[in-house]
Design a protein around this ligand. Structure first.
Ligand SMILES: [Cu+2]
Length: 456
């Protein structure tokens, strides 16, 4: 993390010039820390104020604050950023304080917060505090509840946190462009009583999506639904942090969806309960067990489970094209077609032409294909048994014995106890050879209509 002290000193006069800062007028602006790395920062233990158990932001960090006369003061700077989406691919996005998503904001039920927002984008912006109960004029809807924050100016939002829970922030100004460019962040309000809804590990991330043409850096902002990079906190597999968990821990994962479609989020090896939404905590009597929970557009879900089964458990969106990286959408299905001869002719004209999938697409996971610069393979990532054949919204919950309390480092691949891994059959072959059916023979095109009421 670096600081902006130089920038702040140079431009403080300009920021105050227009009298846009309301009650905090005369005071100096708090520092706006800057993050230059896409790695998960260790959870930020609160240095002052009410105690709480901090969250771990996948590939992210928590914004430090300062206490001033009983207020927690934060400073967000909306600005263009460079975000590494996975090793080998960087996107030119918009975000806050050096990254997209912006830093996670953490505070406690009852806290009075003052959030300064400086606009260093090339156009106006606002911030809406999704799910927070607050005075109407602090709701951040440009034109409706406040004037837009002009380029180069700083606005201040002030409100008291009435309830604990899972929230997020994003612009309510030129929304389609600003969210397609990556402007969003997580907001967690911890309970006043640290024993309420207590967990040992509390992970957070936002679901987002981009449309970046292979070989380019800037998302197409007019894309409505056909995105090609399906990301968690603006990262795609294998760039998404693993979730390291100590065996026996009570685990919460909080997820918010700011894409234009729903995401059925699926965890292997466990059943879990949805214990919270952006509307509040779910009472025990209203919970039921799940292994997949759909997170609709503009929704947040907190899921919880007790990590009693060690292993490397896949955790992903269940829409299979969301566990893929950038690909051409108009590729015909070629399963069963031997098109190598045609491909050889095309490659003479189009050197980068990819021959895809006459045996399925699994080859894509291991093939070294020529792809444009700044473009990720469609599916990638290597596990201890071979290629994982995933991209996009995929990560691994790694449950291990004896991790230290605050240890979120990748513990490596799971060492399976002997005899507990699916393996090749090595017994004697069956007595009679099985004849495979000829799937192309006698395709039956006759239409059978149900008889009137004959069969009941
Ligand atoms: Cu999805």
């Amino acid at each position: 993390m670096t600081t902006r002290r130089h920038f702040m000193r140079a431009s403080a006069a300009g920021l105050f010039g227009a009298a846009l800062v309301s009650r905090a007028q005369a005071a100096s602006l708090p520092e706006a820390p800057l993050m230059d790395k896409p790695d998960m920062a260790p959870p930020l233990a609160p240095p002052n104020g009410r105690p709480y158990n901090p969250v771990a932001t996948l590939n992210g960090w928590t914004l430090p604050w300062r206490m001033k006369d009983g207020w927690k003061e934060f400073h967000l700077v909306a600005e263009p950023v460079r975000r590494q989406m996975a090793p080998g691919m960087t996107a030119q996005l918009w975000g806050y304080n050096g990254q997209s998503p912006g830093p996670t904001i953490e505070c406690v039920e009852g806290d009075k917060v003052r959030i300064f927002v400086t606009n260093k984008l090339p156009e106006h912006t606002t911030i809406h505090w999704h799910g927070i109960l607050l005075p109407n004029g602090m709701d951040g809807v440009g034109g409706l509840t406040q004037p837009q924050i002009p380029v180069g100016k700083t606005f201040v939002y002030e409100f008291q946190m009435k309830k604990s829970g899972t929230f997020m922030y994003h612009p309510h100004a030129d929304e389609m462009v600003q969210m397609a460019m990556g402007m969003m962040g997580f907001l967690v309000v911890h309970p006043k009583d640290p024993g309420f809804m207590r967990v040992d590990r509390d992970f957070v991330f936002l679901i987002n999506a981009y449309d970046v043409d292979p070989g380019s850096y800037t998302p197409r902002v007019n894309t409505m639904t056909d995105f090609n990079l399906w990301s968690w906190n603006s990262r795609v597999f294998p760039g998404i942090d693993h979730l390291a968990v100590r065996k026996g821990d009570r685990v919460r994962i909080r997820i918010g969806n700011l894409t234009m479609t729903n995401h059925p989020i699926h965890l292997h090896g466990y059943d879990f309960e949805v214990t919270g939404t952006d509307g509040g905590w779910v009472p025990k009597s209203a919970r039921w067990p799940e292994v997949t929970t759909d997170v609709a557009v503009g929704q947040m879900r907190a899921i919880e489970f007790t990590a009693n089964e060690p292993g490397d458990w896949a955790f992903h969106c269940h829409k299979s094209h969301h566990t893929m990286n950038a690909m051409g959408h108009n590729v015909p299905t070629m399963i069963g077609v031997d098109h190598r001869d045609v491909a050889r002719k095309i490659i003479k004209l189009v050197p980068d032409y990819m021959v895809m999938g006459e045996r399925g697409m699994a080859d894509m996971g291991e093939m070294e294909m020529p792809i444009p610069d700044n473009t990720l393979p469609m599916m990638t990532g290597q596990g201890q048994f071979g290629p994982i054949e995933m991209g996009g919204m995929f990560s691994v919950v790694k449950v291990r014995e004896g991790l230290a309390r605050n240890d979120y480092k990748d513990p490596g691949w799971y060492k399976h106890p002997a005899g507990t891994v699916a393996s090749a059959w090595s017994g004697p072959p069956p007595q009679a050879e099985r004849v495979a059916p000829d799937v192309n023979a006698g395709v039956d095109l006759r239409v059978r209509k149900p008889g009137a009421h004959g069969n009941h």
